[in-house]
Design a protein around this ligand. Structure first.
Ligand SMILES: [Zn+2]
Length: 485
């Protein structure tokens, strides 16, 4: 079942995209392309299949499971109607100073967010969990707070209301203990004289909110920001802007899907899984090994077995090659090959992610494509791509007998920059779609009459590659566009 494994040690290549030159040799770095083997993960250790995120989200889900019931309970307890400060809290309005030691409670971070409450003398691992606890407490109780000081050595929080006539007494102060390494609440005045108004949007940060939307977004990834706004209003009794809902969504999706860099780090697992579920497919990953033995992603190729077989049996002998830049953190380029089936519908064949689009990468991509589709020297096949020097050279080298067409849409896009207007547009497309050479020549004469420079511009771009009249009839495809990739 295992596919034969090949490790190609290619000649040294420069890996820095900006300074890349095909002929330049850089010692000590090597690119290794590995054809993936099929691996049965069931035989691997249990830890290998364990997903940290799934554990994390399921833990979180357990904590959130009885959310709705709790809101009902809170209403019964007077949530949102009456002040909740009880006698115990008032008894906490003391100042401990430094005369404290062991025997005080230790903060439990696994407590559900809306059950958290600061206690006088409570000990924390660091200021951050206390800040979280106070934020949760403030959001739950509906009183705003502000952190007057919050750094690595101390934390002071006050009431966040702007009522100047009657200052609110709420205050929390915490610092490190002298006898042990614990961060402790030294002062706690858990009493508000301001009006509870749930005006807490500054506490509802995207970071805080994102954790509360994991379950919703896993269940419904298409959840709209407007819907999120209304959920936040219902759940936390406070409105937030659309932009904040959007940033919350982005953060939550990052937690769910992981970051792009993490995706690349798991590319081996991904490829093995592809081969497990699609035996016979071609998957190849190339890495760059640096002198310090660190390994970086270089390129990756993918073609499914069913697609290979399908193309050989039922598609036109035309392949559209195209590439597009990948934006975001990791950059790179996506190379694609697209076919056309008997109904002229798009048929994706294979794709690759490469660091840069150059002759070496294009050649590697084409060689794998030739092997997968059995193209041999390209005789009887047609490739369509826009003017790209690297691709043109690579094609000439590995597919010497292939027919080359250029995408007429790209030719026109360049043509339009200088010769715009409806008249030129119609003349160009009539010429390109001409099925007889004499018709094409007549249209080109019309263009020459309108503007001799426009005629020269088009003649210089090899009309036999973008006009139907010059295409080979045995390919049985009249496509002049590559706008399928
Ligand atoms: Zn207050």
């Amino acid at each position: 079942m295992a596919v034969e494994s090949e490790v190609h040690h290619e000649s040294s290549e420069e890996c820095d995209s900006e300074e890349y030159e095909d002929d330049e040799e850089v010692l000590d770095t090597e690119h290794i392309d590995v054809e993936m083997e099929e691996v049965d993960f069931k035989t691997q250790g249990k830890e290998r299949c364990k997903d940290a995120f799934l554990n994390f989200s399921s833990d979180y889900e357990d904590n959130e499971a009885d959310e709705d019931n709790d809101l009902v309970d809170e209403d019964e307890e007077g949530f949102g109607l009456e002040d909740e400060i009880d006698d115990t809290a008032r008894a906490n309005d003391l100042d401990l100073g430094d005369a404290v030691g062991a025997g005080f409670p230790i903060h439990d971070p696994s407590v559900k967010w809306n059950k958290m409450k600061p206690l006088l003398g409570e000990r924390y691992e660091s200021p951050h969990p206390l800040q979280q606890c106070l934020t949760n407490y403030a959001i739950k109780s509906g009183y705003n707070i502000k952190f007057a000081k919050c750094d690595t050595v101390r934390l002071t929080a006050k009431c966040g209301s702007k009522m100047k006539s009657q200052p609110c007494p709420f205050r929390v102060h915490a610092s490190w203990m002298t006898q042990e390494r614990s961060f402790q609440i030294k002062t706690l005045v858990d009493e508000h004289k301001c009006v509870r108004n749930f005006n807490i949007s500054n506490l509802l940060s995207p970071r805080w909110l994102a954790r509360h939307f994991l379950k919703e977004l896993i269940m419904k990834p298409s959840l709209k920001c407007k819907e999120m706004q209304s959920i936040i209003r219902t759940k936390f009794h406070c409105g937030v802007s659309w932009c904040k809902a959007y940033r919350t969504r982005c953060r939550a999706m990052t937690i769910i899907d992981g970051k792009l860099i993490e995706h690349y780090a798991r590319v081996w697992v991904y490829c093995h899984e592809l081969l497990r579920s699609n035996p016979g497919s071609t998957v190849q990953v190339g890495v760059t090994v640096n002198p310090d033995q660190t390994t970086y992603f270089h390129r990756m190729y993918l073609c499914f077995k069913a697609i290979k077989e399908g193309w050989k049996i039922g598609c036109r002998r035309v392949i559209g090659l195209d590439g597009s830049f990948l934006k975001g953190t990791c950059k790179g380029e996506l190379l694609t090959t697209i076919g056309k089936d008997a109904n002229n519908q798009v048929y994706p064949i294979s794709w690759a992610v490469v660091d840069i689009e150059n002759k070496a990468n294009q050649k590697w991509f084409l060689e794998l494509l030739i092997e997968n589709l059995n193209l041999l020297d390209g005789g009887g096949f047609t490739v369509i791509f826009d003017q790209h020097k690297g691709l043109l050279e690579a094609t000439k080298e590995v597919l010497p007998n292939v027919e080359h067409r250029q995408c007429a849409r790209h030719i026109y896009a360049n043509f339009r920059k200088t010769y715009s207007g409806v008249e030129f547009k119609n003349m160009f497309w009539t010429a390109s779609l001409s099925t007889v050479e004499s018709e094409f020549l007549r249209k080109m004469d019309d263009i020459k009459e309108a503007n001799p420079n426009a005629y020269e511009h088009l003649i210089a771009r090899h009309p036999h590659t973008w006009c139907r009249a010059f295409f080979r009839p045995d390919v049985a495809c009249e496509a002049v566009e590559n706008g399928i990739a």
